[in-house]
Design a protein around this ligand. Structure first.
Ligand code: NAP
Ligand code: 8YV
Length: 326
């Protein structure tokens, strides 16, 4: 007999095909009245699949008394109340590692696009300016930059390694120092003052809310660049927009925003910013790897109650499968 799985957000056909033999899938996007559905069927749903954008609304969790596992399609799980999940004995899994290189590439791409004016160059060709004006204004080099990475975790480290061929001088700020060949800065504002580019790669959530504030942005300065691929909540977006408008910050590459998919109107007309719609991990290859891990967690749990990649808050190590050992 198949078990019920509540699917919040979009999944790929491959994920659907792998899940269907073991689960009856209930897509919330296809249900007219989700609260009414949950009031009727919620008692029989032990598994939820969601993503970093949607999480699981509190009211829905309350309507799922038999919930055992939330499998998150993404590494960031700030949209899920892991404290509440823990209290209720609900496991939460995510997709660490399999997307690190892709998101690092996105961050690097944003830096390169800003320094080398990729969007302006493309527009110069498309709008017919090239034959008429002949030369564009010179851009800035992306080589030999002093770079600060806020959040040298899995993605931050992948990014640091990708920056090495650009001869970057790399510093980082975490709460804890790591055994890496990069300079540790215990003070974020000081790191920003020393850096030409500040990359933001921490998790979202209350601990990091607004830590890139006006002071940090001002420390980066009129020639500085901010690249954010973490969560919009980590940066004070009003302060960021004001600094760009007033020339207190030089440029920005932004993949994430405070109120997605809404982007502050002022950013849309600035030619010193590059904007992408939260596509850090959004390639066929990486989404396949993420989707496989999401599904593997669900199938494993269905088979024996264990999981492969729980979030760190999950303290019960007995439920974790050591993939290398199996
Ligand atoms: P990770 O390995 O857990 O790394 C997070 C890093 O942030 C760690 O080095 C951690 O070091 C640091 N950190 C955490 N809280 C901090 C704080 N309050 N102050 C300073 N540093 C702090 O996570 P990851 O796999 O690299 O992913 C990072 C985040 O990227 C995700 O949580 C997600 O929000 C975002 N992401 C975005 C996309 C996208 O599409 N744009 C895709 C994937 C992930 P300490 O613990 O020592 O402080
Ligand atoms: C996804 C992300 O876009 O992994 C994350 O934390 O932000 C992205 O990989 C998101 O989880 C939605 O699938």
């Amino acid at each position: 007999m198949t078990a019920n799985l509540l699917v919040i957000g979009e999944i790929t056909p491959r994920m659907d095909a792998r899940l269907t033999p073991s689960f009856t899938l209930h897509y919330t996007d296809r249900i007219d009245d989700v609260p009414a559905f949950l009031a009727r069927e919620g008692h029989a749903i032990a598994h939820v699949l969601t993503d970093g954008h949607n999480g699981v609304p509190r009211a829905w969790m309350d309507a799922l008394p038999a919930l055992k596992l939330i499998s998150n399609y993404g590494v960031g799980y700030d949209a899920i109340d892991v404290g509440l999940a823990g209290e209720r004995g609900v496991l939460v899994t995510h997709t660490p590692g399999v997307l690190s290189d892709e998101v690092a590439t996105t961050a690097l791409m944003l830096m390169l696009a800003c320094y080398r004016n990729l969007l302006g160059s493309d527009a110069f060709v498309r709008d017919g300016s090239w034959p008429e004006k002949r030369h564009m204004a010179l851009s800035r080099s992306a080589d030999h930059r002093r770079v600060g990475i806020l959040g040298l975790g899995r993605i931050g480290l992948a990014l640091a390694r990708k920056l090495e061929p650009f001869h970057a001088e790399i510093s980082y700020h975490n709460r804890t120092r790591r055994d890496v060949p990069y300079r540790y800065c215990p003070d974020l504002e000081k790191m920003a003052a020393d850096a030409e580019v500040l990359f933001v790669v921490t998790p979202g959530g209350s601990e990091t809310h607004g830590i890139v504030n006006r002071e940090v942005i001002d420390a980066l300065g009129p020639d500085g660049m901010l690249v954010n691929v973490s969560r919009g909540s980590v940066v004070d977006e009003l302060a960021l927009v004001a600094a760009l408008e007033e020339g207190r910050l030089g440029s920005a590459g932004l993949d994430v925003f405070a109120d997605e998919p809404n982007v502050p109107a002022a950013l849309l007309s600035m030619d010193n910013v590059v904007l992408t719609p939260h596509i850090g991990s959004a390639t066929e290859e990486t989404r396949q790897a993420m989707g496989d891990l999401v599904v593997d967690n669900l199938l494993q749990h269905q088979a024996d109650g264990r999981v492969i990649s729980p979030v760190p808050e999950c303290r019960d190590k007995s439920v974790i499968v050591d993939r290398l050992a199996v």
